[in-house]
Ligand binder design. Structure first.
Ligand code: PGA
Length: 252
């Protein structure tokens, strides 16, 4: 049985006090959803420590949205994987399309970040996905394959067992446009096939999340698909009620 995951990517939203309130809401309502669904929240760096306090004693886990490619030293403005691990993070989102697009993250950088993440006992949530032009040209399979081959294929078998993938079509992120459940299943199954070509049966255990305008009204249909193991949620993760309601999609 693959892990079921609903992860909230808060992006650059919430002030510390607002983040604390949001996390409290998630903890308070978490009991409405089966323990079999793993909830993760990924606040901005600035309030990871405060949110970690709120999550203590709950089953809601903590993740960061990014980390540095280097271990430590003269890298002004960067945050090391060891620092976020010390605050209680278990997960790190890596390779989100916004980071690839606005901050020039390449596979080369992401390989270094992966190394840091594993060296510090964290689990990466590695994002892949095509933009609109690539989808319209029918290149979405090739794009995802390349993003996986250039980074995930460098992992050891041991590291691969501790990996979450998020498929996020760039055209669906924050746009209100969602991939249909069929489109999601098609590419998730393909991604799993690519993973199994390298890692064999272990690919069956790798959670693959869908991301891109996932909300309470469409989560159940998308999560019902065989190769969709949950969601990476942006906008709808900023309201505890909606975030939890997305988790209920597994129970529908
Ligand atoms: P969205 O973002 O749910 O707001 O579309 C998803 C993401 O970018 O992780």
């Amino acid at each position: 049985m693959r892990k079921k995951i609903v992860a909230g990517n808060w992006k650059m939203n919430t002030l510390p006090a607002e983040g604390v309130e949001l996390a409290k809401g998630v903890v308070a309502q978490r009991g409405e959803v089966c323990e079999c669904v793993n909830f993760i929240v990924c606040p901005p760096f600035t309030h990871l420590a405060q949110v970690a306090e709120v999550l203590k004693g709950s089953t809601v886990e903590l993740g960061a949205q990014n980390c540095a490619a280097e271990a430590k030293g003269a890298y002004t403005g960067e945050v090391a994987a060891s620092m976020i691990a010390a605050l209680g993070c278990k997960y790190v989102i890596l390779g989100h399309s916004e980071r690839r697009q606005y901050y020039g993250e390449t596979s080369e950088t992401l390989n270094k970040k992966m190394e840091q993440v594993y060296a510090n006992g964290l689990t990466p949530i590695y994002c892949v996905g095509e933009n609109l032009d690539e989808r319209e040209a029918g290149n979405h399979f090739a794009v995802c394959k390349q993003q996986i081959e250039e980074v995930v294929f460098n992992l050891t078998e041991e590291q691969f067992k501790n990996l979450v993938i998020a498929y996020e079509p760039v055209w669906a992120i924050g746009t209100g446009k969602t991939a249909t459940a069929e489109q999601a299943q098609e590419i998730h199954a393909y991604i799993r096939e690519v993973l199994s070509s390298k890692f064999g049966a272990a690919a069956e255990e790798c959670p693959i999340l869908y991301g891109g305008s996932c909300k309470p009204s469409n989560a159940a249909e998308i999560f019902a698909k065989e190769d969709v193991d949950g969601g990476l949620i942006g906008g709808a993760a900023l309201k505890a009620e909606d975030f939890i309601a997305i988790g209920k999609g597994f129970m529908a």
